[in-house]
Design a protein around this ligand. Structure first.
Ligand code: NAP
Length: 247
């Protein structure tokens, strides 16, 4: 069996939701060093404490460090990777709040939709010093195939990121580049909604899915772990959405 033993993994967006689950799963897979990064220093500090506790509790032995990084700031991204040196894998789950709406919306206001998930992800792929056999894993979403009403630009972004991954896989080979495309997953992302609205939205979304429930971050994290571990997969998209694309 392959594992992440002796490997260094950077998770940008690792202080919350899916990224946190990827960082934690990497430690369970015996990664030697996991670096979590996101734009809020308090979240980085809190996450370091949580992950350090996990390694102690389960006697895992991996080292955890954290850095504050705004992936949308090109200078910060270049400095981050220059300082960190060679790594085995980078996972990007960072995402700002997606703007939706289309009819009657000034399209100029939607143009920055691509900043964090497309342009910043491309810059990370360009700047990271990844060892031979290593990988880059990006994050997309089910909207590329099943856009909800009011999301044409976000759907375009999700499709663009999928194409970016295939282009990067060719460009960066033999470094592998893949993408995980989640459907509805219960993370802190939903916390900005009022509780009643959030609960109804989650209940309604779950009811529509083939599996009749929302995903949890840990089961999505398994997909990122697979992409890191399997040295024969590149340029691929793994949709994890409880069957949402079939209903
Ligand atoms: N959860 C879902 O239902 C779902 C469904 C489909 C797709 N996705 C996609 O999956 C990804 C992860 O989602 P999630 O639910 O895990 O989100 P989340 O819990 O909101 O976590 C997002 C992470 O991104 C970081 N982040 C945001 N802006 C950043 C920036 N400029 N630079 C660096 N880090 C930044 C956040 O930390 P800071 O605030 O500290 O920066 C946080 O750690 C997102 O791209 C999301 O669109 C999620």
């Amino acid at each position: 069996m392959t594992s992440l033993r002796d490997q260094t993994i950077v998770v940008i967006g690792g202080t919350s939701g899916i990224g946190f689950a990827v960082a934690q799963a990497s430690l369970y897979q015996h990664a030697a060093h996991v670096v979590v990064a996101s734009s809020t220093s308090e979240k980085v500090t809190r996450t370091l404490a949580r992950l350090t506790e996990t390694t102690k509790q389960h006697n895992l032995g991996g080292r955890v460090t954290g850095k504050t990084l705004d992936i949308g700031n090109a200078d910060e991204v270049k400095k981050f990777f220059a300082e960190i040196g060679e790594i085995d894998h980078v996972v990007i789950t960072s995402g700002d709040n997606l703007k939706n709406g289309f009819k009657g919306v000034d399209l100029e206001t939607l143009k920055d939709t691509f900043d964090i998930r497309f342009w910043a992800a491309a810059l990370v792929a360009q700047q990271a010093h990844i060892k031979s056999g290593g990988s880059v894993t990006l994050t997309g979403g089910v909207a590329s195939i099943k856009p909800p009403p009011g999301w044409p630009v976000a759907a375009g972004l999700a499709g663009a990121v999928e194409s970016l991954v295939r282009g990067l896989a060719v460009e960066l080979a033999p470094i592998r580049v893949n993408l995980v495309a989640p459907g509805a997953v219960l993370t802190e992302r939903w916390d900005s909604l009022p509780t009643d609205r959030r609960d109804k939205l989650l209940r309604d979304s779950a009811e529509k899915l083939l599996v009749k429930r929302i995903g949890i971050p840990e089961e999505v994290a398994d997909a990122y772990i697979f992409f890191m571990k399997c040295g024969f997969v590149t340029g691929e998209i793994l949709h994890i959405n409880g069957g949402q694309t079939l209903v």
